[in-house]
Ligand binder design. Structure first.
Ligand code: GLN
Length: 486
């Protein structure tokens, strides 16, 4: 059921919010011991909130737009009174004293929190295997990863353990797991959605966005979470359109650019390529015009990102010093020893690797050669996109070069893991909105994702193209027949 259908059923009194919440909680009990999408399930609060919605409905009150919609939230978004761990031993017992802006908006809109979902530690990773609390499995094949870092949210939506979820995307962490799990994942324009209360990883790249079963649901969630927030100085003060209103406007005359460099990559799986090109043809049949586009610097995004993101992370994660937050090592004699042991014991190896790389890239003597150079390449990538959007309205690429890989396949090889984000990172570097939509399956029955990248603040158009593709291709109907989802 999608959100619009749920709203209808709730208003008619056909199903109560309690019944819907209980259905999802039962689903979690049934499958989450296998999948481990959730770190914590907040059943009591969920049922109490659902009862409030039912009371309001029977009293004839106007219901807010997401009344009774059961959601899962990535565990790097602060939730007041409920643990926010970032899947790190460092924050294992951290209870945020405040609520993030995005979740606050969701609860005001009537949504219900089912629980907090697993992620790669501090959102660093592409497989949800760097979580300090154990990995999450892909619902389509439990020997495979769900992608990452928002793998818990993606798996929860795909397996029917929630109606929709939130994740965060710094270099692809919404789109890549959405693609691996066969769901829709949207990274909004940088600044479209508030980052207040999102635990910072790389502040110039991080954005919060929705995971949903359908593009229409993605529009529903964006309607609620987008908009200015005075508490985040990078949050844009622009009117939020009703993203649902334009979903069905015709695509005729729309120009879609296929980025040549993406389709020429050695590591691009042939089945992924074929499926994405077939999707482009579907869009053409809907009236869009396909144009080949060159973005020379697109592929340099990954090298650029792995200087900029760790640099920002090394600064952001300096606050975890054993004093101000979180884990403190026992038995140290001096303040210096206490800080370093706390960080050595509290952070996992991927987080430590990023801090080391970032500290190195920012250190005197190297900052010009690495950090400054990376910022210059970032500008070139931005310019490539700006030139492309002079010619086309939307860009099209695969979301990930491959379908979901086996658990453990890349754990020993960070570089191989980093390549999973080859195609998603450039949109973060340029601050552009991008969406992943299911577009097919490979021979083993694993989902493939199509990525659409839009110009700044062009989410409405992105959602429109994605929605009409989804309706035409009927992947969603097929996708619910997944191997795990009986
Ligand atoms: N996989 C990328 C990384 O490890 C992106 C992570 C993200 O978007 N949060 O940095």
């Amino acid at each position: 059921m999608d959100i619009a259908e749920w709203r209808r059923q709730l208003q008619k009194g056909e199903v109560s919010a309690r019944e819907l919440t209980e259905t999802y909680l039962a689903r979690i009990s049934e499958v989450d011991s296998t999948l481990h999408a959730y770190l914590e399930v907040t059943s009591k609060r969920a049922l109490a909130d659902a009862d409030q919605i039912d009371l309001a409905r029977s009293a004839g009150e106007d219901l807010p737009p997401l009344a009774g919609v059961p959601l899962a939230i990535k565990d790097n978004l602060c939730t007041k009174g409920i643990r926010t761990t970032c899947s790190s031993k460092m924050l294992e017992n951290f209870i945020a004293p405040y609520e993030s802006s995005v979740t606050e908006r969701l609860w005001k809109a009537g949504a219900i929190l089912l629980g907090k979902t697993n992620l790669d530690e501090f959102a660093m990773g592409s497989s949800t295997e760097t979580s300090a609390f154990g990995s999450t499995s892909n619902p389509w094949d439990i020997s495979r990863v769900p992608g990452g870092s928002s793998g818990g949210s993606a798996a929860a939506v795909a397996s029917g353990e929630c109606l929709a979820a939130l994740g965060s995307d710094t270099g692809g962490s919404i789109r890549q797991p959405a693609s691996f799990c066969g769901v829709v994942g949207l990274k909004p324009t940088y600044g479209r959605v508030s980052r207040w209360g999102l635990v910072a990883f790389a502040s110039s790249l991080d954005q919060v966005g929705p995971f949903t079963r359908s593009v229409a649901d993605s529009a529903e969630l964006l309607n609620v979470i987008a908009g200015h927030d005075p508490r985040d100085s990078t949050c844009l003060n622009h009117i939020v359109p009703d993203y649902r209103a334009t979903l069905n406007e015709p695509l005729k005359g729309l120009r879609i650019g296929l980025i040549r460099q993406c389709f020429e990559q050695d590591g691009l799986d042939a089945e992924v390529k074929d499926s994405v090109l077939a999707a482009a043809n579907t869009l053409q049949s809907l009236g869009a015009e396909l144009v080949e586009i060159s973005c020379e610097r697109f592929i340099d995004g990954i090298a650029t990102y792995y200087v900029i993101a760790p640099s920002e992370a090394s600064a952001n994660l300096a606050r975890y010093d054993g004093v101000k937050y979180g884990y403190r090592a026992e038995g140290a004699e001096t303040l210096g020893d206490m800080t370093s042991s706390s960080r050595a014991e509290g952070f996992g190896s991927e987080v430590q690797r990023r801090i080391l790389i970032g500290t190195y890239a920012l250190s005197a003597g190297y900052v010009d050669a690495y950090y400054k150079k990376a910022q210059q390449v970032r500008t070139l990538i931005r310019r490539d996109f700006a030139k492309a959007f002079d010619v086309v309205d939307v860009l099209l690429t695969p979301t990930s070069p491959t379908t979901a890989f086996k658990s453990g396949e890349h754990s020993e090889d960070p570089l191989a893991m980093y390549l999973a984000d080859l195609l998603t990172i450039p949109a973060n570097l340029a601050g552009l909105p991008a969406i992943s939509v299911p577009c097919g399956f490979d021979k083993s029955g694993l989902p493939i994702g199509l990525q659409l990248i839009g110009n700044v603040l062009d989410e409405a158009r992105l959602l429109r193209v994605a929605h009409q593709f989804e309706q035409q291709a009927e992947i969603r109907e097929n996708s619910v027949k997944g191997p795990f989802i009986k």
